[in-house]
Design a protein around this ligand. Structure first.
Ligand SMILES: *[C@@H]1O[C@H](CO)[C@@H](O)[C@H](O)[C@H]1NC(C)=O
Ligand SMILES: *[C@@H]1O[C@H](CO)[C@@H](O)[C@H](O)[C@H]1NC(C)=O
Ligand SMILES: *[C@@H]1O[C@H](CO)[C@@H](O)[C@H](O)[C@H]1NC(C)=O
Ligand SMILES: *[C@@H]1O[C@H](CO)[C@@H](O)[C@H](O)[C@H]1NC(C)=O
Ligand SMILES: *[C@H]1O[C@H](CO)[C@@H](O)[C@H](O)[C@H]1NC(C)=O
Length: 410
């Protein structure tokens, strides 16, 4: 009797073990799919994180308990792992808003519009004090400052921990999520941190919170001349080649020890010191408060980017610069390129978007979206009617079968 009972219990234990195993495995599996649902484009899902999750999921043995998904994979969400993405655009530049809406949708990003401000509309009473310098701000510079200050205010009001702020005339890489995932894993353990990340940072701040501003869309930059030792260098397969990188960034990289064959392979994080332009930067809530304090409440000593730089150089705010910067100007030539410096001698449209260009980027998102949306409907009908020819390897220029119908002109 007793041995029989033992057998029974033994069997029961086995069965229970099996059921638990199946439950845990399917839980892991569902975690994998939760992640997949967050992914924006199917084509992006072949990336390491989802691969890892799937290979865990398909393993029968109960390997790992459902771990918190890698924090850096938040970079694949619609705000790149920041609280929100805000973009500044003059209300009348609906052409640029169309472009940003389109490019963002093709890159799996969601943007919130912060209206640009006409400088002349700002009351003289609302202009910050400017005792320190004699710089007289042009109305367009004042308007630009006001729009960014409104973005900072939005961050403070909404209680988000970080925001990415971009302008409306920019381009980025079509692999922007991968670039930011890589940046995030580097920043989590960056050698530039003064203190180890807090528990909160480790669980919910993909880029840490040890900064006020994270400069990622500068048009000029330089590192602290006496602190060229402060740099965090890492491999990034998506950095532009030397010929696609502007001189100013090659120079900065060289000053920080990245030259020769490392150019085109490495990206750098260094304490921000001399950045100009505000085409793309992230701020923490504390950063937004510091900027609103110094660049509104106390004073405004010059154009918003200059005063931010002065504060960085004076050590009054803490920032990091990412080099080469992931956000860069989209240029078409002509008057459309600038809302600040109107030059009536230029033609209105320049080369137009079809003739537009950008530097510091390996795979332009703007160029990619034109190709990805291209089609040849009538050609496809013709192709269907004629029996398919055997597939020929055409080498470069053909992006493979997936969008093989892409007519490259219209
Ligand atoms: C199961 O896990 C092992 C170890 O992590 C891995 O090498 C193997 O490829 C996995 N199997 C499958 C089918 O993914
Ligand atoms: C993206 O991830 C960040 C960090 O976890 C989070 O704060 C933000 O709300 C997420 N954005 C979206 C659109 O889910
Ligand atoms: C950061 O460092 C910790 C502790 O050394 C380690 O457990 C973690 O995997 C590292 N994270 C990344 C993203 O490298
Ligand atoms: C703000 O700017 C002033 C210059 O007017 C500078 O002296 C001061 O240190 C700055 N303060 C803070 C808190 O950043
Ligand atoms: C994920 O991203 C990397 C880096 O951009 C890319 O080279 C690769 O194609 C992607 N992974 C896979 C397995 O496709």
């Amino acid at each position: 009797m007793l041995p029989k009972l033992l057998h029974f219990y033994f069997f029961l234990t086995l069965a229970a073990g099996f059921i638990i195993g199946v439950l845990v495995a399917s839980y892991t599996l569902s975690q994998g799919f939760v992640y997949l649902d967050l992914g924006i484009h199917e084509t992006e899902l072949t990336n390491s994180t989802s691969d890892d999750l799937l290979s865990v999921a398909w393993n029968e043995s109960v390997v790992i308990e459902p771990s918190t998904p890698d924090l850096a994979s938040a970079a694949w969400n619609e705000s790149l792992g920041f609280g929100e993405v805000l973009y500044v655009s003059m209300p009348e530049r609906t052409d640029r808003q169309d472009a940003m809406n389109l490019a963002a949708s093709m890159s799996g990003l969601k943007l919130r519009l912060i209206n640009g401000v006409v400088g002349e509309s700002i009351s003289v009473k609302a202009v910050p004090d400017n005792n320190a310098n004699k710089w007289t701000l042009r109305p367009s510079e004042l308007g630009c400052w006001r729009a960014h200050a409104d973005a900072w205010r939005y961050v403070i009001d909404t209680n988000i921990e970080t925001a990415l702020i971009i302008e409306d005339d920019i381009d980025w890489d079509k692999n922007v999520h991968q670039i930011f995932q890589d940046l995030s894993s580097q920043m989590q353990n960056s050698t530039l941190r003064l203190v180890p990340p807090t528990e909160h940072e480790q669980t919910s701040a993909p880029y840490g919170l040890d900064w006020d501003v994270l400069i990622m869309g500068q048009c000029y930059d330089s590192a602290h001349p006496k602190r060229l030792d402060l740099v965090h260098v890492y491999d990034d397969p998506n950095v532009p080649s030397r010929k696609d990188t502007e001189q100013v960034f090659l120079k900065q990289m060289e000053s920080l020890g990245v030259k020769g064959n490392d150019v085109g392979k490495k990206r750098l994080i260094s304490p921000a010191y001399g950045p100009i332009c505000t085409m793309g930067y992230a701020i923490t809530r504390r950063g937004a408060q510091r900027l609103l304090l110094n660049l509104s409440y106390l004073n405004l000593r010059g154009p918003v980017d200059m005063d931010m730089m002065w504060n960085l150089q004076e050590g009054k705010i803490r920032g990091y610069s990412v080099t080469p910067p992931p956000f860069t100007a989209w240029r078409t030539g002509g008057q459309k390129d600038s809302d600040n410096k109107h030059d009536p001698k230029l033609s209105v449209s320049g080369n137009g978007n079809r003739g537009g260009w950008s530097s510091n980027i390996k795979n332009s998102a703007r160029a990619a979206m034109v190709n990805e949306l291209a089609m040849n409907n009538w050609g496809d009908y013709t192709k269907k009617e004629t029996p398919p020819e055997p597939e020929k390897q055409t080498g470069k220029g053909n992006n493979g079968g997936r969008k093989g119908n892409g007519a490259n002109g219209r």
